[in-house]
Design a protein around this ligand. Structure first.
Ligand SMILES: [Ca+2]
Ligand SMILES: [Ca+2]
Length: 304
């Protein structure tokens, strides 16, 4: 039998009944549940097979789209972390200047303001907001995945030392973080290459050095001149500002003999105090206690 003819034969009685119902030729009693299903079946058959497919697809969309949307919302909720500062670099900023600072952490992309609780006359303009670079397999909760770039204007008379600040966002305020205010004359940025006694960075006493152990197994070496009987102190300032570094310091004489070492003198930070045995040159080095390195392995060293 031809398919079209077969379909017409099978559908004819129901089409006839539907037609009578439509004309009001038949007065039907209140339809039972079976009757309603039958009527629905008649309408479906009148509709044709493609119409059935269309309705099934529509039904599937109605059922699954809200489910997918709900799943996405659940995923977003899971991803959303409260705003938090991990670190701000560079750790040291100078008075009487506009300092560019990158504040790194979690959920900072909607930041609206940087606030200084102890200094109402300080201003900071947020220049950009975005994602932070994250090394492969690095945990965002440990290293942060968002950052803002800020221009901080410090007056010339701001006291040196720690400066507290936090960030305001529509999702709440962050934790309070610290920056170190250091006189410009005392501040020195390390310059690579400085990985050995043959290529150290020359420094003076007193000096504050800001740098980074940028690669695994890296070491930064510095050289200074001292006098017999002079008491010196070398101290790292890293973990209190949010660095990933676990610093280790080593002091050497001019021949490369070790005079002193320090690992965890104040938390993970290192500190050496030493009376120098003779006039001449000395070296000291800094590296990570676990030979790690990267952009977040930043440090300050105070030599005095
Ligand atoms: Ca370095
Ligand atoms: Ca250490």
């Amino acid at each position: 039998m031809n398919l079209k003819v077969g379909w017409a034969v099978l559908s004819a009685p129901r089409m006839f009944e539907a037609s009578r119902l439509a004309r009001g030729a038949v007065t039907t009693p209140r339809p039972t549940r079976v009757g309603r299903y039958r009527e629905l079946w008649i309408r479906t058959e009148l509709c044709g097979p493609w119409c059935v497919v269309f309705h099934l697809v529509l039904l599937a969309l109605c059922l699954f789209v809200p489910l997918l949307h709900a799943a996405d919302e659940k995923k977003d909720e899971k991803r959303k972390e409260p705003p938090k500062i991990m670190m701000a670099v560079p750790f040291a900023i100078t008075p009487g200047a506009t300092n560019k600072v990158v504040i790194r952490g979690l959920s900072l992309t909607n930041a609206t303001e940087v606030h200084f609780p102890s200094s109402s006359n300080l201003t900071a303009e947020i220049k950009s907001r975005g994602k932070a670079n994250l090394a492969d397999k690095a945990d965002p909760k440990k290293f942060g995945d968002t950052q803002i770039e800020v221009a901080m204007v410090l007056p010339p008379d701001i006291p040196v030392g720690d400066l507290a600040f936090f960030v305001l966002t529509p999702d709440g305020d962050t934790n309070t973080n610290l920056l170190r205010v250091v006189d410009k004359q005392l501040l020195l940025d390390e310059k690579e290459p400085n990985a050995g006694f043959r290529e150290p960075n020359d420094v003076v006493v007193p000096q504050t050095i800001r740098g980074v152990i940028q690669d695994a197994n890296d070491v930064d070496v510095f050289r200074f001149r001292g006098k017999a009987g002079q008491s010196i102190a070398i101290e790292t300032q890293s973990t209190r500002y949010g660095s990933s570094l676990d610093p280790t310091l080593t002091l050497y004489d001019v021949k490369g003999h070790i005079l002193a070492t320090s690992d965890d003198a104040a938390g993970l930070d290192a500190r050496i105090t030493q009376t120098l045995p003779r006039d001449g040159e000395y070296f000291f080095s800094i590296n990570d206690a676990h030979d790690r390195g990267g952009a977040t392995y930043t440090y300050l060293i105070e030599l005095r």
